[in-house]
Design a protein around this ligand. Structure first.
Ligand SMILES: [Zn+2]
Length: 241
């Protein structure tokens, strides 16, 4: 990979040239690092100059993602760790209690878990408890959002199901059934709202035409911002199961 050294830091970048590309596009993400897509035959030298010119911005983005990842290299289910809930890292507190069952409560800014003493270090037990709680919460919360927005948008929908897909945030079937990903509870609430509105809008337009996006934007003017959040941070919601 080509690299460039700026302010004592090596910036590595990957170049993808295809005949389909008409413009030069530089993106930085936590997952893929620095990527440039360019038209076929575009001179390397100019790409290099572009990276040099944009170096302060690139370094800034790389630092941002490094922080985010350092904070949470992977989901860990143990006392003192943090889990992403509604777009914020929430500390996990695990305390022993006398009962022979587990309990999880979102207590203000703390995820409070009570477990039998011999289970408090068992990550599998904590994860199961968390996932069951998340599914129940998603069922209640996301269904409520669908009802709310369906009323506002004057739409009739079918069944609402909550799934735990890895890559899909939601879908709308031809007969009006809506399915939503329970991981949306980990994203900021306004991002979850956007996905709900998106799927409901498919009841009118079963495609992604300009007409479809006009409906979405009527109820969710900042939809591009929320799409960007999902593109940039969606991978953070892929907790291990
Ligand atoms: Zn869609």
């Amino acid at each position: 990979m080509p690299r460039i050294r700026i302010q004592g830091v090596d910036i590595e970048y990957r170049v993808l040239k295809t005949r389909r590309n008409r413009y030069v596009r530089l993106t930085v993400s936590g997952k893929n690092g620095v990527r440039i897509s360019a038209p076929w035959g575009y001179p390397e030298r100019e790409l290099h100059a572009m990276v040099r010119e944009k170096a302060p911005w690139i370094l800034d983005r790389l630092n941002y993602y490094r922080d985010l990842e350092q904070q949470q290299p992977r989901w860990r289910y143990a006392d003192g760790e943090r889990l992403l809930i509604q777009g914020r890292w929430v500390p996990l507190r695990v305390t022993p209690w006398e009962r022979n069952a587990g309990r999880l409560r979102l207590d203000g800014d703390i995820l409070d878990i009570s477990l039998p003493r011999q289970r408090t270090d068992d990550e599998d037990v904590i994860r199961d408890l968390f996932l069951r709680w998340l599914r129940r919460w998603a069922m209640q919360d996301l269904t409520q959002r669908v009802t709310l927005y369906a009323r506002e948008m004057r739409l009739q929908h079918g069944r609402v199901t909550i799934r735990a897909q890895r890559s899909k945030w939601g879908s709308c079937s031809q007969n009006g059934n809506i399915s939503l990903n329970m991981r949306l509870m980990l994203a900021p609430p306004e991002v979850a709202d956007y996905v709900v509105i998106h799927e409901l809008a498919h009841l009118r337009e079963l495609n992604h035409s300009p007409r479809f996006w006009r409906i979405v934007e009527r109820y969710c003017p900042e939809r591009s911002e929320h799409q960007r959040w999902l593109r940039e941070h969606g991978w953070l919601l892929e907790m291990d199961e």
